[in-house]
Design a protein around this ligand. Structure first.
Ligand code: FAD
Length: 526
């Protein structure tokens, strides 16, 4: 039996360092003399530098690699994220009616034995004027009042409200690199991979680097970003475009200073619909990260820059945007022979709902738990890995498309084209047909293959004013009085939570301060 003894990760962005840390931590705890993890990164090829918003799964991943939360917050300039505020997605500005909605990370409240609240909200039993998210969780109120999702005394990565983080991508990679090399035993090499030499079966025999000559391993992880140097290059694994469904293929990003040092930091991403896409607006500790994601079929770069500058106003003065090209799609064979692509090298779904890093986490998890494998088993393991990844991509694409195809905006070609049936996957059309008569249920989904739970579908569907007609079924919903009491309780609990949860900026500053004080003490003792 030939075991995998050495893994070489190529690329030192978020994907490369997350995979290296995850693998190294798992290998250390299971077998200290086990698989060696090496990472090679080019000094002269930068990271993408965007990818600042995450998904709640990141908490489990950071806890699993043993990174202290305060150290992470300080090093990555991170803040908390409790959801996404979708502005002008339902209708454009100036048209009467609610144009916006909030997608919170916390699940709808459901008391054990109590009624599921969604049908009663649909039947008009919630206090009038409350959106679905406002009626069933306190998170909308909490973020409106600039409160954090946790208190300083809560354990690392835990708190009363579900959350993720915003961070500076380059700083995050640096924190992971320090943690990986200093604590987890990842071997770091600085070199540019020029090419891969293949053996007679088509597997990678060795990589040739400019600075360090040949490098070998039993398994190669391609984390070279959109270049996809190994998976797309040497292994020629084809890319399946899904640009027919999700049109955005360009981004323009700026790092924007706050207008004053104590400006409130929103603990949510602001995603504002624009004429040919949407802008993201993310609050970090020292600056905002703002960008416009757009479709080059529906606008041009000059107009896109005008839109981004228009969004930012004076704050954009003197700033030059970073320009990025991408395409929604993926390599159905992420894993071929002894090479597996993780991160942008394997694929990407446009950044709405921040699935890029979550897919990296998933890749790191599936890869790590497939090892230690017999080298002869790699083809079977690769097939399984690819099946798992393809299913996730397709489910994510349906969910992202939901945001576009339900919009009532018809003001530009971009929004009109997004509602064309030919651009909506059949799987999504089928679900929408069903949900006209009853709300989504968890059994409509294939369990753990879904990145987004039924609650997220419900928040987006009803935030976008999707119509589910429950009136013919009204008589079957017999717990209206209980549901009304439950709606009232949620509002009372939300009011109390505002006293209990700290201000978001104050919490972040306190956590950073505590980390520095601890690090200073450790330094003094040493
Ligand atoms: P990169 O960051 O590009 O890193 C590539 C690494 O490979 C670098 O270290 C480089 O030096 C190295 N490299 C390249 N070639 C070689 C070579 N030949 N030899 C040696 N080293 C090499 N995801 C989210 O989760 N949330 C978001 O909000 C989000 N926003 C995004 C917005 C946009 C516009 C885009 C395009 C993506 C966004 N993503 C987001 C995706 C996210 O950016 C990526 O998933 C994440 O940054 C991982 O990138 P990566 O590590 O795969 O690639």
């Amino acid at each position: 039996m030939a075991r995998i003894n050495k893994v070489l990760v190529v690329g030192g962005g978020t994907a490369g360092w997350l995979v290296a840390c995850y693998l190294a931590r798992a290998m250390r705890s299971s077998d200290p003399s086990g698989i060696q993890v090496h990472l090679v990164e080019a000094e002269n090829i930068g990271l993408l530098g965007v990818g600042e918003a995450t998904f709640p799964s990141i908490r489990g991943t950071l806890a699993a690699i043993g990174l202290d939360e305060r150290r992470f917050l300080d090093g990555a300039h991170a803040t908390y994220k409790q959801g996404i505020d979708y502005r002008h997605w339902v209708r454009p500005p100036g048209v009467s009616g609610r144009g916006s909605f909030f997608h919170p990370f916390s699940l709808p409240s459901q008391r054990p034995g109590g009624p599921e609240l969604l049908p009663y909200w649909l039947l008009g039993e919630a206090p009038s004027g409350l959106s679905f998210a406002e009626a069933v969780t306190m998170q909308s109120r909490v973020v409106e009042h600039a409160r954090a999702p946790k208190r300083p005394q809560d354990p690392d990565y835990q708190g009363p409200l579900n959350h993720a983080y915003h961070f500076d991508a380059a700083c995050f990679a640096r924190v992971l690199a320090e943690h990986g090399t200093q604590t987890l035993g990842v071997h770091r090499h600085v070199a540019t991979v020029e090419r891969a030499e293949l053996d007679e079966r088509g597997a990678i025999a060795r990589l040739i680097t400019t600075e360090l000559g040949p490098m070998t391993a039993d398994l190669y992880v391609d984390c070279t970003g959109l270049r996809s140097h190994l998976a797309g290059g040497a292994m020629q694994s084809p890319f399946l475009s899904r640009a027919d469904v999700l049109f955005a293929d360009r981004a323009m990003a700026m790092q924007v200073p706050y207008d004053r040092p104590d400006a409130p930091i929103p603990s949510y991403t602001i995603a504002t619909a624009q004429e040919a896409g949407w802008t993201w607006d993310i609050g970090l500790q020292q600056r905002r990260g703002v960008g416009y994601v757009y479709s080059s079929r529906h606008t041009d770069d000059a107009r896109a820059e005008q839109v981004l500058r228009g969004y930012l106003g004076n704050a954009a003065e003197g700033l030059t945007p970073l320009r990025i090209r991408f395409e929604t799609g993926y390599r159905p064979e992420h894993w071929r022979h002894n090479c597996v692509a993780v991160g942008l090298a394997g694929g990407f779904v446009e950044p709405l709902e921040s699935t890029g890093i979550a897919l990296v986490e998933l890749g790191a998890y599936l890869l790590t738990h497939a090892l230690p494998a017999d080298l002869d088993d790699l083809p079977r393991i690769a097939r399984h890995y690819n099946t798992m990844m393809v299913a996730r991509y397709e489910r994510i694409i349906d969910f992202i498309k939901l945001h576009y195809c339900l919009s009532q905006r018809r003001d530009t070609g971009f929004w009109r084209d997004n509602t064309a049936a030919s651009s909506i996957p059949q799987t999504l059309q089928d679900k929408l047909a069903l949900w006209r008569y009853r709300p989504p249920h968890r059994l409509d989904f294939v369990g753990d293959l879904e990145m987004f739970l039924v609650a997220s579908w419900q928040y987006v569907l009803y935030g976008m004013e999707f119509h589910t007609d429950l009136t013919p079924m009204r008589r079957t919903y017999t717990q209206a009085a209980e549901a009304r009491r439950e709606f009232a309780t949620i509002q009372q609990v939300a009011a109390r939570a505002l006293d209990d949860l700290p201000d978001h900026r104050a919490l972040v500053e306190r956590m950073v301060h505590e980390h520095r004080a601890r690090a200073g003490r450790a330094h003094a003792v040493a």
